[in-house]
Design a protein around this ligand. Structure first.
Ligand code: G2I
Length: 448
């Protein structure tokens, strides 16, 4: 039988849809968490509780087996005014983790930053300070007793030169606040692994040596300390060459090591060359952990560039995480996957123009959809139309930066008057509010 014209056209449309649906190839790769488990490691991400729906929630649940609340468990978040507690976001993250068979790293109990102002601005005697710290630990660790795998008990205790940071805690209680905090945390949850966590301690240097000496002394005194967290907020091109050696020396003290806050920032705009270098560096960091038995795993500090602290803190820098702002995996993602032993199907180097659909936000009956139209170098558009078919009864409502019409299940969106042109190497996005019930699967989009 000769193929009919309409059959041929459907076939062509299917090929076009497959070419345009790069994330589908990615979805077929084994998730990072499966690769990590096969290596006896964990792979984690910092998360924001309010975002754990839609595409963000899908990726967080699918790819990672550890979560760290990025801010939700900090003292300023949980006790903003004295005696008034807010556990909503922290509880939400722990519940999400349990529903997705993930472990949680509590972050963080005793720190100099993000404390409530009543604590920072109070005048306390050493005895009062000690009581406040011990009560806080007993309450927060006790609340999650048996549910959290680890705690960053003390965060960032050192200066760059290896002296102790002058903080509320150090100034009031001396260096022994660290031993006190660890002892209180052990009493509140004997099963949780207790960590000291710091940044710029990834390579062998004055700061990491101070941390090393502290851990050695705590162990010698019998103070409960199970691990060291190397945050790893790194800069492209500056991964310390002594990373693995440093992990090994801590392991040799008889503690676990975790890479707790990995990101690798770069000067914007990102280029293919910078992203390729970033991939190599993510691969190298994860490999250094894989190479040391007592390195438990790696947590990234936000998995998407849309949920990263970098652009706010270092203006002009960013692109530090393994997924871009539209939830597409970047080369860095494949760096992590290959370091964990994955043989990944990489999407081909993009050519032409394509459209990617994501769900940045979703609530009981509504959601926000986003579509980004990107053109690789050498291609451009002067107008565009994106179409898809909803598979579960979703309905498009108000759209912005595009004109959308829905007929039955078919949606068609064309550019607004001001954003028809997509330059070579550039992208434009539009969004819409929609409704859903039951499920909200991501449709395959075609660009015409
Ligand atoms: O600073 C990067 C990290 C360094 N190690 C300890 C981590 O706990 C720390 O995380 C960051 C969070 O990722 C940021 O999200 O800690 C910052 C505070 O030092 C967090 O930034 C704060 C902003 O400063 C606040 O304005 C904002 O209200 O995040 C808050 C919640 O979004």
């Amino acid at each position: 039988m000769r193929p009919s014209l309409s059959g041929l056209l459907t076939g062509l449309a299917t090929v076009a849809a497959l070419l345009l649906a790069a994330p589908a190839a990615h979805a077929a790769d084994p998730p990072l968490r499966d690769l990590a488990t096969a290596k006896n490691k964990v792979i984690g991400t910092a998360v924001t509780g309010s975002k754990l729906t839609g595409t963000y929630g899908e990726i967080a649940g699918r790819e990672f087996n550890w979560l760290t609340p990025g801010n939700a468990m900090k003292w300023g978040s949980v006790e903003p005014t004295r005696g008034n507690f807010n556990w909503t976001e922290a509880d939400q993250i722990v519940d999400f983790a349990e529903a997705h068979d993930q472990d949680v790293r509590g972050h963080t109990l005793v720190w100099h930053s993000q404390n409530p102002s009543w604590l920072d601005n109070g005048t306390w005697t050493p005895a009062q300070l000690s009581q406040l710290m011990n009560d806080h630990i007993a309450l927060e660790v006790g609340r999650y007793k048996g549910r959290l795998a680890a705690w960053d008990v003390v965060n960032e205790p050192f200066n760059e030169d290896g002296t102790y940071r002058q903080t509320l805690w150090y100034n009031g209680l001396g260096a022994d606040y660290i031993a006190q905090a660890l002892t209180a945390a052990r009493a509140a949850d004997p099963a949780a692994k207790l960590y000291i966590n710091d940044y710029n301690v990834e390579g062998v240097n004055a700061k990491s040596t101070a941390l090393y000496n502290l851990v050695r002394d705590l162990k010698a005194r019998g103070v409960p300390i199970d691990g060291v967290g190397l945050q790893a907020h790194l800069i492209l091109g500056q991964v310390p060459s002594t990373l693995q050696q440093n992990i090994q020396r801590f392991a040799d003290l008889g503690v676990d090591v975790a890479i707790t806050e990995l990101d690798i920032r770069m000067q914007l705009p990102s280029t293919a060359a910078k992203l390729a270098q970033q991939r190599t560096e993510y691969d190298a960091v994860v490999k250094a952990c894989v190479a040391v038995a007592r390195c438990t795993g790696v947590t990234v500090w936000g998995f998407t560039d849309s949920d990263s602290w970098i652009p706010d803190t270092f203006p002009g820098q960013g692109a530090a995480t393994p997924y871009d702002e539209n939830y597409a995996p970047k080369p860095a993602y494949y760096g992590i996957a290959t370091a964990l032993g994955g043989t990944v199907t990489e999407p081909p180097v993009p050519t032409g123009c394509s459209a990617v659909y994501s769900v940045p936000n979703q609530w009981n009956t509504g959601f926000t959809g986003q579509v980004t139209i990107s053109c690789a170098a050498g291609s451009s558009l002067s107008s565009w139309r994106v179409a898809w078919t909803f598979g579960a009864g979703q309905q498009v409502g108000q759209a912005w930066n595009a004109n959308c019409v829905q007929t039955g299940t078919a949606v068609s969106c064309s550019n607004a008057s001001w954003n028809g042109s997509v330059p070579s190497g550039g992208s434009v996005s539009f969004g819409f509010n929609g409704t859903w019930s039951g499920s909200n699967p991501v449709p395959t989009v075609t660009l015409g």
